[in-house]
Design a protein. Structure first.
Length: 717
């Protein structure tokens, strides 16, 4: 049977359509499908691809695959069983919106938990459809690197080893390029749209040649803003099948520590981010020194000992420095001798690029490129007494290391002209810049200097404090790696600066933890109410699922006894004669409610009525058997460190400190808690999600995990 596949060459579906044709290689028929490219947005006015066989045409992906399956059953088996997965590949897996894509990936992840193939025990039509959709989706590069979908990544890589997949598609891609070239048809243009879809053009980006870099300064721990930058750099490197460099921008020995450097590497590993290589700006100190000398010799830089405040004022007002006209010889002597050796005279000077002191863009007003610093460097020791500034170091090292695209936050936009000036002045290779908006959250500080202040003043325990926006802090609060990735990808490389509410990221996180968080019981220890069930049997223990919708979470012991405990908030609302439901047990009828003069319930008598209908009761109560098996725990909740949503210019953050940000409440918890490990995430039913932070000799401390909806009693989400 002869087929002809017509593809609109400008369509983004061209790669997927090529894959469909390529996979028929399993049929061992080189002429099974003839491919023709059409220079139009649609084919026959209907779709971007269609398959023709005689007088029949097939348009949608499902139609095309089914037609090929009928013609080549050996190549595309399990047709009927594959329909569900073909639909998923069309409707979900082709989407470039990570939030929607992740729903389909979660389904795939579960399906592939104990499977090598989607259907049966060999490659089927389902594998073809799903692998093809994912391969054509530019988000897949990050999915493979992401620790969220381990089974999907394993299966995807495994399938690619089959010649009818990986090899055929590589061959087909070359053929497509050649056909386009012969027909003079341009490659599909990138669409403009919502930036979260990542449909942007990186200038001069070539497949396989893109190099990005993530350049953290080892002067603090990674925070959520750094995580966004790291994830985006990894994403675009993967998207273009290129490389990402992790480079430590270690040019300020006064702030840098090995502790911070090591923590950054650990946090990146925790996020599932691995650089293709790790480098250090300090590796290029010699080269940067030579280039600074070159600028001085060419009259493009000079040494300046103008007092700091005066220099700032002159730059602000566009006034020429008195030292700007120093001779080249004087500048060289000061730089290569006085400053290099850290002499008294050298310490008074800095080196400034001679650009334009009157430029409207104030970053171009002779910026400082070298300063003296006698603090020993954590890698180079006392070898150097002066160090390059960020403005000089970054474009130089980017060019030297082969970076093609420098992604950095939009706050540096005014410095882009300065960045380009250094590259041109030093005759270095061109590096393209892509700006993206930094991530900001309400009532949150991201400045490492300010975060260090909280650590130094003992307002927080350390950089991993759950009130901190550091990667370690939000992880300790209960943020999952998957949730953090999904949040960043959902935001995309947008240039729009917004102040986000934390509820957004916590709502994303809830979707990750809810399906796998074991359900347990906690009763407020303060004023817990004892209930005596007059007709209850003696103490018994039964096995119950930890998660009713996910049996894989396991089982737990539930104790049933004549005496149980209720929360005071539940007990105070009960009335004599009322029938209520004890969750996971059955109904009971309230016979007596005892209260003190303040209206606080002190005890209750009730009788079981297990034949009662739980659907007819309005109150569903959590309870805990009052036996020696119960345990105690400390439940900790937090508020934001500052009271103002967004600090304005001139605001001193110390004037907006939240007086109390940590809140403890004692709880009685079920006996299964003793088997938990630090870091485990659970849900205390009707209370919320919690992460076990510590367990010292049976002293359990749980941190509340925000769910993105519930506003706690302190006002924080």
């Amino acid at each position: 049977m002869a087929f002809e596949l017509k593809i609109a060459a400008k369509s983004p579906l061209v790669d997927y359509a090529s894959l469909i044709a390529a996979t028929t290689a399993n049929a061992k028929s080189a002429t099974a499908v003839k491919i023709e490219f059409v220079d139009d947005k649609t084919v026959d006015g209907k779709a971007s691809a269609l398959l023709a066989s005689g007088d029949k045409t097939f348009i949608s992906t499902a139609e095309i695959l089914n037609a090929l399956a009928d013609a080549f059953p050996a190549a595309l088996p399990a047709k009927e069983e594959s329909q569900e997965w073909i639909t998923l590949s069309q409707d979900v897996l082709s989407l470039k919106d990570f939030k929607k894509l992740s729903e389909g990936l979660e389904k795939l992840e579960t399906r592939l938990n104990f499977r090598s193939y989607l259907v049966g025990y060999s490659i089927s039509m389902a594998d073809v459809a799903v692998w093809g959709a994912l391969r054509a989706n530019p988000l897949m590069g990050s999915v493979i690197k992401n620790a969220t979908f381990i089974n999907v990544a394993r299966w995807y890589t495994f399938v690619e080893t089959f010649p009818s997949f990986g090899e055929s598609v590589v061959s087909m891609t070359k053929s497509v390029a050649e056909l386009r070239k012969q027909a003079k048809i341009a490659a599909p243009a990138k669409k403009e749209g919502h930036k979260a879809n990542f449909e942007i053009n990186l200038q001069d980006a070539k497949m396989g040649e893109v190099v990005t870099r993530f350049p953290p300064e080892p002067s603090g721990y990674l925070h959520i803003g750094h995580a966004k930058a790291a994830i985006l750099n990894r994403y675009f490197a993967d998207m273009y099948k290129g490389k990402m460099i992790i480079r430590f921008d270690d040019t300020n020995p006064s702030k840098e520590k090995v502790e911070f450097q090591d923590s950054i590497i650990e946090d990146l590993q925790l996020l599932g981010i691995k650089g293709d290589k790790i480098t250090y700006s300090s590796n290029y100190f010699d080269k940067m020194y030579e280039l600074a000398v070159q600028l001085i010799k060419e009259g493009k830089a000079y040494c300046d000992d103008t007092p700091l405040e005066k220099m700032r004022a002159e730059r602000m007002d566009g006034i020429k420095s008195e030292r700007r006209d120093r001779t080249i010889e004087e500048n060289l002597q000061l730089f290569t001798e006085a400053m290099k050796n850290g002499t008294e005279e050298g310490l008074k000077n800095c080196v400034r690029a001679k650009i334009d002191y009157t430029c409207p863009n104030k970053t171009m007003r002779d910026p400082v490129i070298y300063r003296c610093n006698l603090t020993p460097h954590h890698r180079t020791g006392s070898t150097w007494k002066m160090y390059p500034t960020y403005d000089f170091c970054v474009p130089v090292v980017d060019a030297l290391e082969g970076v093609t695209h420098a992604l950095r936050t939009i706050e540096y936009r005014d410095r882009n002209a300065q960045y380009d000036w250094f590259l041109k002045a030093l005759n270095l290779r061109k590096v393209h810049i892509w700006d993206f908006a930094r991530v900001n959250f309400v009532r949150t500080l991201l400045s490492k200097r300010k975060l260090q202040w909280f650590v130094d003043k003992k307002y927080v325990g350390n950089w991993d404090d759950p009130r901190f926006p550091t990667v370690r802090g939000v992880r300790r609060r209960g943020m999952s790696v998957e949730g953090l990735w999904n949040f960043v990808i959902s935001q995309g490389p947008s240039r729009n600066i917004i102040n986000l509410d934390w509820s957004i990221i916590w709502a994303i996180n809830k979707k990750i933890i809810d399906p796998i968080a074991a359900r347990h019981t906690a009763i407020d220890a303060e004023n817990a109410v004892k209930v005596h069930l007059t007709n209850a049997p003696a103490k018994t223990v039964e096995k119950k699922p930890k998660h009713k919708k996910n049996p894989d979470v396991g089982v737990k012991d539930v104790i049933y006894a004549p005496d149980i405990l209720l929360d005071q908030s539940d007990a105070v609302a009960l009335e004599v004669g009322e029938e209520v439901t004890l969750m996971d047990w059955g109904n009971c009828i309230i016979e007596n409610v005892n209260k003190n003069n303040s209206g606080v319930v002190t005890s209750i008598e009730a009788k079981l009525h297990l034949e009662g209908d739980f659907r007819k009761t309005s109150k569903k109560l959590t309870w805990l058997a009052d036996t020696d098996d119960k345990l105690e725990a400390d439940l900790v909740d937090f508020d934001h460190l500052i009271t103002k949503d967004k600090l304005d210019d001139g605001d001193n953050f110390e004037d907006f400190l939240t007086p109390v940000t940590e809140f403890h409440s004692k709880a009685i918890v079920d006996l299964n808690i003793k088997d938990m490990k630090v870091g485990d995430v659970i849900q205390f039913e009707r209370k919320g999600y919690y992460r076990l932070d510590s367990n010292n000799d049976g002293k359990f401390i749980f941190f509340t995990i925000p769910d993105g909806k519930t506003v706690n009693k302190y006002g924080a989400k």
